[in-house]
Design a protein around this ligand. Structure first.
Ligand code: C2E
Ligand code: CA
Ligand code: CA
Length: 574
C-alpha cells in the first residue's frame, strides 16, 4: 500500500473533514509531552503527594502551546483551503478565482499555479464559445449576450441575417479551405461596412447576423440592400476570384424589451423565404411566416415518422361513366391520419413532403397499397375498376418510376390496363422530351394517362399535340356552378370539343350537384367524379358505394333522366 492508499483507508474509517483531521493530529501530537509530564509527576509524587502547582503550570503551558500550534497550522493551511474553494466555485458556478499573491513557499506556488491554470482554461473556453474559429467573429452565444445587454433599446432595431446562396456550389467546386477564406473575406467586408464595434456574428456555417439602428438616416430596405450588394461584389482570393450571391432576411424589433433569441430566429426564417430564381433576395419577417415555418418544421418531422410507421392510407373516389350507368374507375387519394391533428389534407402535407424530398417515399407507398388493393379486387365485382394514381413531378420523372410501377403491378398480379396515371400540366411541361419517352413506355404497357386539373395551369395547349393522353380531367373550378355560370359553361364546352377533336376522354372533376351533371352531360361529358356521387372512401366501403351509385343511376335511366350528349365536331388547329 502506498502513502495515498493508506490515507484513503484511514479517510474512509474516519469520515471527518480534512481540516479536522489535521487539527486532531496536531492536538494529539502536542499533548504527548503533557501526558509524559503527568506520568512523570504521578510517578514521582506517589509516596509524598502530587505537586499541584507544577502540574497546573505544566498543563497550562502545554494547552497554550497547543492553541498556538493549532492557530499557526490553521494559518499555514489557508492557501490549500482557498485553492480548493476557488476550484469548486469555478467548477460549479464559473466564478474566476482571485487568490492572494506574493507567497514564496510551495503553498503560495500552488495558489499561483491554480489561479493561472484556471484563468488560462477560462480564456481558451471563451475563445471557443465566444469566437468563431474561422472568422474570429463573435458566435451566436456571444452576440446574444451583447444584444441582451442592449435590452432597453428605445428606438428599436432591425436584425439582419445574410447568407451566401451559392455556398454549396463554391464548396463543391473549390473545397472547404476556399470556403473558409470566403467566409473570412465576408467577415472583413462586414467589419468594414458596419464598423469594428457593431454587433456582428457568424451564427451558422453560412449565416451572418448584425443589427441596424432604426434611428439612423436612410430607409431600412435600401440600407440592407446596399450592404447586401457590397458583400456580393466580386471577392478576390489567391488565384481565384468569385462572384457571390447573397440573400438577406430581416426581423424588426420595435423597441422596448428585446428577445434576442427570437429576433435571430425570425431573421433566419425570413432568410429561408428568399428565392434566388425569382430574384427575391431580401425578405422581411412577418408573424404569420414564423407560424408557418414552425408548422412546416413540425409537419416535416411527423411526415418522416409517418413514412417509417406506414401511417398513410389510401381512399378511393368512384369515377362514373354516366353513358353506361356504371362505376368504371376510382381515383386513389392518399390519407394521413395524424396522431394529434387528425386527418391532414394532402393539400397541406404534399407540398411539404415534396420540398423535403419525402414525396417519393409516400408515392411509392401509395402505389404499392393501390396495387395490393387491386390485387384483392381481382375475382370480385370490382375486378375491372380502373384505379387512377396521382404522380408528383419528382416521382414521375424519377428514372426508376416505370420499373417501380411495373414491379408493383406484377407483384400483385394486376393488369396494367387497370391502372391510370394522373399528371398535372406543370409536371408534363417540365421536360417534355423525357415525359414523352416515359408516357410512350407506360402506354405500351397498357397503362392509361390522364391530365389532371386541366385548365388551371398557364402552360398553353401545345403539349396536347405532342404528348399522348387518354383522359383530360376538367378542374373543379370550371365544373362548380357550370349550370349557372356562362363563362364556365363556355370553357367546358370548348374543352370538351378540344378533347373530342384529339380523341381524348373528358372527365368532370368535383361534381357536386345534379344540375352540374346535367349541364356537363348536355355538353357531351360522360365521365364524372365528385361528392354528388360519392366522397373518397376506404377500400372496404367501396363495393357498397358502387352498388348504391349504380342502383341509383339505373332508376334515373328508367325515369328518362339522362339525355343523349350532343358532340359538336371540332377541327383542330393547334
Ligand atoms: P386532385 O388530384 O385534384 O384530387 C381531387 C381532390 O378533390 C381530392 O382532394 C378529392 O377529395 C377532392 N374532391 C373530389 N370530389 C370533390 C367535390 O365534389 N368537391 C370538392 N370540393 N372536392 C372534391 P384530396 O383528396 O384532398 O386531394 C387533394 C390533392 O392532393 C389531389 O388533388 C392531388 O393533387 C393530391 N394528392 C392526393 N393523393 C395523392 C397521391 O397519392 N399522390 C400525389 N402525388 N398527390 C396526391
Ligand atoms: Ca388527381
Ligand atoms: Ca384534379
Amino acid at each position: 500500500m502506498n502513502n495515498l492508499g493508506l490515507y484513503r483507508a484511514v479517510s474512509s474509517l474516519l469520515r471527518i473533514k480534512y481540516r479536522t483531521k489535521i487539527m486532531l493530529i496536531a492536538f494529539a501530537g502536542t499533548h504527548v509531552p503533557l501526558l509524559a509530564l503527568i506520568f512523570y509527576f504521578v510517578q514521582k509524587t506517589v509516596p509524598g503527594g502530587v505537586d499541584f502547582k507544577i502540574l497546573v503550570i505544566a498543563t497550562l503551558a502545554t494547552l497554550g502551546g497547543t492553541a498556538l500550534t493549532l492557530t499557526i497550522l490553521n494559518y499555514l493551511l489557508q492557501p490549500i483551503f482557498l485553492t480548493a474553494r476557488s476550484l469548486k466555485e469555478y467548477a460549479q458556478e464559473g466564478i474566476l478565482p482571485d487568490l492572494p499573491t506574493g507567497f514564496t513557499d510551495e503553498a503560495g506556488t500552488l495558489m499561483a499555479d491554480a489561479q493561472s491554470a484556471l484563468l488560462k482554461l477560462d480564456a481558451s473556453l471563451r475563445r471557443l464559445t465566444d469566437f468563431d474559429q474561422v472568422t474570429a467573429l463573435p458566435t451566436r452565444h456571444a452576440f446574444m449576450r451583447v444584444l441582451d445587454t442592449e435590452t432597453s433599446v428605445e428606438a428599436g432595431l432591425a436584425l439582419c441575417a445574410m447568407n451566401v446562396s451559392n455556398y454549396d456550389r463554391i464548396a463543391a467546386a473549390f473545397g472547404q479551405s476556399a470556403v473558409n477564406s470566403v467566409m473570412v473575406g465576408i467577415a472583413a467586408r462586414f467589419r468594414d461596412l458596419l464598423g469594428d464595434e457593431a454587433p456582428l456574428s457568424r451564427v451558422g456555417t453560412n449565416i451572418f447576423v448584425f443589427t441596424l439602428d432604426l434611428n439612423q438616416a436612410g430607409d431600412l430596405a435600401s440600407r440592407v440592400e446596399a450592404i447586401r450588394l457590397a458583400i456580393e461584389s466580386e471577392l478576390f482570393l489567391p488565384g481565384l476570384s468569385l462572384r457571390l450571391e447573397v440573400n438577406a432576411g430581416v426581423s424588426l424589433h420595435p423597441g422596448g424589451l428585446l428577445d434576442a433569441e427570437r429576433l435571430i430566429n425570425e431573421a433566419i426564417s425570413a432568410l429561408a423565404e428568399t428565392h434566388v430564381e425569382s430574384a427575391i433576395h431580401t425578405t422581411f419577417f412577418s408573424p404569420q411566416q414564423n407560424e408557418r415555418a414552425r408548422d412546416v418544421f413540425l409537419l416535416e418531422r411527423d411526415i418522416r415518422l409517418a413514412i417509417e410507421q406506414e401511417n398513410f392510407s389510401v381512399h378511393y373516389q368512384p369515377i362514373i361513366d354516366i353513358a353506361v350507368g356504371r362505376v368504371v374507375g376510382a381515383e386513389a387519394l392518399v390519407r394521413w391520419s395524424h396522431p394529434t391533428r387528425g386527418m391532414v389534407s394532402p393539400l397541406a402535407f404534399i407540398p411539404i413532403a415534396e420540398q423535403s424530398g419525402l414525396m417519393d417515399a409516400i408515392g411509392m407507398r401509395v402505389l404499392q397499397q393501390v396495387c395490393r388493393q387491386m390485387g384483392r379486387w381481382v375475382g370480385t365485382p370490382l375486378e375491372n375498376v380502373k384505379v387512377s394514381i396521382n404522380l408528383s413531378a419528382r416521382q414521375f420523372l424519377n428514372p426508376d418510376a416505370v420499373l417501380q410501377i411495373s414491379d408493383a403491378l406484377e407483384a400483385n398480379k394486376v393488369s396494367p390496363h387497370n391502372l391510370e396515371i394522373e399528371l398535372t400540366e406543370t409536371t408534363v411541361i417540365q421536360d417534355t422530351e423525357r415525359t414523352l419517352l416515359i408516357l410512350q413506355v407506360l402506354r405500351k404497357m397498357g397503362i392509361t394517362i390522364a391530365i389532371d386539373d386541366f385548365g388551371t395551369g398557364y402552360s398553353g395547349l401545345s403539349y396536347l399535340k405532342t404528348l399522348p393522353f387518354d383522359r383530360l380531367k376538367i378542374d373543379r373550378e370550371f365544373i362548380q356552378n357550370v349550370d349557372q355560370t356562362i363563362t364556365s359553361k363556355a370553357i367546358c364546352k370548348s374543352l370538351i370539343e378540344l378533347a373530342s377533336g384529339l380523341g381524348i376522354e373528358v372527365l368532370a372533376e368535383g361534381t357536386e350537384t345534379a344540375a352540374e351533371v346535367r349541364m356537363m352531360r348536355s355538353l357531351g361529358c360522360s365521365l364524372y367524379q365528385g361528392y354528388h356521387f360519392a366522397r373518397p372512401l376506404p377500400a372496404d366501403k367501396f363495393l357498397e358505394a358502387v352498388q348504391l351509385i349504380e342502383a341509383d343511376l339505373a332508376s334515373q335511366f328508367e325515369s328518362g333522366e339522362w339525355i343523349q350528349p350532343t358532340v359538336t365536331p371540332f377541327t383542330l388547329s393547334l
